[in-house]
Design a protein around this ligand. Structure first.
Ligand SMILES: NC(=O)c1ccc[n+]([C@@H]2O[C@H](COP(=O)([O-])OP(=O)(O)OC[C@H]3O[C@@H](n4cnc5c(N)ncnc54)[C@H](OP(=O)(O)O)[C@@H]3O)[C@@H](O)[C@H]2O)c1
Length: 285
């Protein structure tokens, strides 16, 4: 009875591999094992392995680059076609599929308390569009009996993945900048929830083990905040004294628009702890 994790050396994939690997037979593949966009080879390997659970932690995540046509084509292949292929294989092999999506599937242009699981996506950038398209690919297979958990999450942070390409999180970037600069400028908008990857991996495991009903879930640490508020909390916890200037989203030139309010409400299962507690643990580790 094996569990397959794709993107197993990414930031989230590394935590999933760790938390599930302690009690289950986990096969964790990354780019060096297989190019997941080689759908024929991927299908062949999955049919050989016959996992009971397929976790897809692979994604195209370059939000600004994604606005370019050639990059958007790649994003669609990775964020939309791939989940479709995996969903077909999950049905064929009678496996459960876990796939991750993003708060960026929502427009978030108006002040709104939060987005519930069943609300209709309406993205305002190409990355969000590719993730929303992936959600549709999965939902199209429900009639075929797909067993799935579609997990939306936001603003991941935590230990860096084991891949050489793994990106540092917002908090690591802020700590580095605080060492080099006399002042930090941080966007005091884009309200959403930070999510600690070890917490998300543990919550994912619980979802599957408890066999909660299949469907869409919002898994995020509680207590939404802006990038600026999060940076203040980080500096406070690390006792670093440096001026921080709040700016607006529009003050930095970025190709992609961002939702101003994209808080994901978890209305279905036990809520995760507030992000401040998770950040404290991350810093102490
Ligand atoms: N990061 C966030 O703040 C955020 C927010 C909302 C939702 N999410 C979602 O959460 C999930 C996990 O995100 P993450 O930040 O952990 O991603 P990540 O760190 O970028 O990891 C993605 C993994 O996929 C691998 N990969 C990429 N292309 C591949 C290919 N063609 N063949 C095989 N492997 C390939 C990467 O390998 P390499 O390292 O070799 O490139 C990497 O290990 C994604 O679905 C993402 O959309 C993330």
């Amino acid at each position: 009875m094996s569990i397959l994790i794709l993107g197993g050396q990414g930031n989230l994939g590394t935590q999933l591999t760790k938390i599930l690997g302690s009690d289950y037979e986990v096969i964790s593949w990354d780019r060096s094992d297989l190019d997941v966009l080689d759908f024929a080879l991927l299908s062949e390997k999955l049919r050989e392995l016959r996992p009971v659970l397929i976790i897809n932690a692979v994604a195209y995540n370059a939000v600004d680059k994604c606005e370019e046509a050639s990059e958007y084509a790649l994003a669609l292949k990775m964020n939309s076609e791939l989940p479709g292929v995996l969903a077909d294989l999950a049905v064929e092999l009678d496996a459960v599929l876990i796939h991750y999506s993003s708060d960026y599937v929502f427009s978030g242009t108006e002040l709104k308390q939060s987005f519930k699981e069943e609300e209709t996506p309406n993205p305002i950038n190409k990355y969000g569009d590719s993730k929303a398209s992936g959600e549709r690919e999965i939902q199209r297979r429900l009639e075929s009996g797909l067993k799935y958990y579609l997990i939306r999450t936001s603003k991941l942070f935590g230990p860096r993945g084991t891949s050489a390409q793994a990106k540092p999180s917002f908090f690591d970037i802020m700590l580095n900048l605080a060492q080099d600069k006399k002042e930090l400028t941080v966007v005091n908008e884009e309200l959403s929830c930070f999510t600690y990857t070890p917490d998300l991996a543990a919550a994912t495991r619980r979802l599957w083990e408890l066999e909660v009903p299949y469907g869409i879930y919002h898994l995020v640490n509680e207590e939404p905040c802006t990038w600026y508020e999060a940076a203040l909390e980080l500096l406070h916890l690390c006792k670093i004294k440096i001026p921080v200037r709040a700016i607006r989203s529009e003050d930095i030139a970025r190709a992609a628009r961002r939702p101003k309010f994209s808080v994901l409400a978890n209305t279905k299962i036990k809520k995760m702890r507030p992000f401040r507690a998770a950040l404290k643990e991350y810093l102490s580790d």
